[in-house]
Design a protein around this ligand. Structure first.
Ligand code: DX5
Ligand code: ZN
Length: 218
């Protein structure tokens, strides 16, 4: 099943509950929450207190993407806040596998992400333990950037490894997904599509339905 994870980075921050409800009611499966520390990436967004507030505002699956240098310092906070899925970056500090195990032991789904410059191969040894992998298809930090075509091969590599080994691991992509390029992204093997500006820019309900219509064809 192909799923949509709208990134609230492009939502109205003064009306997150409203914008999330519109996206979820229109059929979005997950809600993607971009947490940035101003150090791992050159932007500062939201932290665990906001995730905690969102937890009270929606029953939707909170897909929390940590673009932070020191996950070990904050994992407990994001777990306690009520995240359903927590993504740590392979490039962040600390032992990625230990972070994955800590997340899973807390009953939260674990995901590892790689930036565009990091080869897909680094994920292969982690795949058996992961609930999801996240291939960044833009440089993390900002919404509204263009999809980096060179990342599509990494989607194919990871899809092949998941299928050949029968791993129960979702394959998410993040950055630059539009209605126009999503068919190719899905064909390459992604099954969770993050979309920020393409969902929250304009008519949220119509945008979500546009993605869902493409997914229905697969
Ligand atoms: C970028 C974030 C993305 C971003 C996607 O660092 O991780 O989730 O919001 O935005 P769009 O879909 O506009 O590229
Ligand atoms: Zn993200």
């Amino acid at each position: 099943m192909i799923k949509l994870s709208p990134s609230i980075l492009s939502a109205d921050f003064a009306n997150l509950q409203r914008d999330i409800a519109i996206a979820v009611d229109a059929g979005a499966e997950y809600v993607h929450v971009d947490c940035m520390d101003g150090h791992f990436v050159p932007n500062l967004t939201i932290g665990a207190p906001v995730v905690k507030a969102l937890r009270k505002a929606t029953d939707a699956t909170l897909d929390v993407h940590l673009m932070i240098s020191n996950p070990d310092q904050y994992l407990d906070d994001f777990i306690k806040a009520g995240s359903d899925i927590i993504t740590v970056h392979y490039e962040a500090n600390g032992d990625t596998l230990a972070q994955v195990r800590k997340i899973k032991e807390a009953g939260v789904r674990a995901c590892v992400s790689i930036k565009p410059g990091t080869p897909a191969d680094v994920l292969l040894p982690l795949l058996p333990e992961l609930d999801m992998v996240l291939i960044m298809t833009v440089e993390p930090g900002f919404g509204g950037q263009g999809y980096i075509d060179a990342c599509t091969d990494k989607i194919r590599t990871i899809r092949k490894a998941i299928d050949e080994n029968g791993y129960k691991c979702e394959l998410e992509i993040d950055g630059g997904a539009k209605l126009t390029n999503t068919p190719d992204i899905v064909a390459a093997g992604a099954n969770v599509i993050v979309a920020g500006s393409a969902v929250f820019g304009g008519d949220i309900e119509a945008n979500v339905k546009g993605f869902k219509k493409i997914f229905d064809e697969y």
